[in-house]
Design a protein. Structure first.
Length: 117
């Protein structure tokens, strides 16, 4: 059994995918720990006005789970307001990103799953 606590994870201050500002980003599970199509799980704290820059992946789905805060999620040019409790799944090869539009930190769990076949 493998257990990690994302609230206690070591983090780095990072600019994510060329986005604005620095996010506290912690890799909670790395791909070598996960015997499934999931590649990674991150916990990210995004300050107000910070963002993940628009980016693409290959044949996978990346999920953003909003734990706290509000923002705007963009996929292939379509902007959608999001808030705590929302889960976004990007389509394979879609351009996507997220920005914190709120007045407080946005907290996210982010993971990516490979599309098999």
């Amino acid at each position: 059994m493998l257990i990690h606590n994302f609230l206690d994870a070591d983090y780095r201050l990072e600019e994510v995918h060329g986005g604005r500002g620095l996010c506290r980003n912690a890799r909670v599970f790395a791909d070598e720990e996960i015997p499934s199509p999931v590649r990674f799980i991150y916990y990210t704290v995004m300050p107000p006005k910070a963002s993940f820059g628009l980016h693409r992946h290959g044949r996978d789905n990346e999920f953003y789970i909003v734990l706290e805060g509000t923002g705007v999620y963009t996929q292939d040019g379509v902007e959608t307001p999001v808030r705590a409790g929302d889960i976004m799944m990007n389509d394979a090869c879609a351009e996507h990103g997220i920005v914190n539009t709120g007045e407080t930190d946005m907290r996210l769990l982010v993971f990516e799953a490979v599309i098999e076949g």
